[in-house]
Write a new protein. Structure first.
Length: 133
């Protein structure tokens, strides 16, 4: 449904107000930067990302780069409400400079899951159950 290839797990993490983890062994460097904290992460595979966290401890920006260090995408987290932990506006911009998607949350509520049985779904007719460890 989107006009570009984008890892679904990355998108879910970003639109949930966080940043996607890097796979495998990861090194971390942390630097203060103009009132923010810049954290650089690099996987042994060469994929890297940098996040910027504001003085309020909230995620402001994520930059993901490929193995050669070229930008893949940038995610920006804006319009935080005082009592909310997720940004009211999250924009992902691809490195091509022309493709982006913005999600704006209004009246956002994060419900505490009381009854997890809602996730116990039956297998539809005609499908085979495969258990994966």
């Amino acid at each position: 449904f989107l006009p570009w290839q984008f890892d679904l797990e990355d998108m879910v993490a970003i639109f949930a107000g966080g940043y996607p983890p890097l796979n495998g062994e990861v090194s971390y460097l942390r630097f203060p930067e103009a009132g923010n904290m810049r954290i650089e992460m690099k996987a042994r595979s060469g994929i890297s990302q940098t996040i910027r966290i504001g003085p309020d401890g909230r995620l402001n920006k994520l930059e993901r780069r490929d193995k050669e260090g070229n930008p893949i995408y940038i995610a920006e987290f804006d319009d935080y409400e005082e009592s909310k932990s997720i940004a009211g506006k999250i924009t992902i911009s691809m490195a091509d400079g022309t493709t982006s998607i913005t999600v704006k949350y209004s009246d956002l509520k994060i419900e505490k899951a009381g009854d997890l049985s809602v996730f116990d779904l039956s297998i539809p007719a005609g499908f085979k159950k495969i258990i994966m460890d």
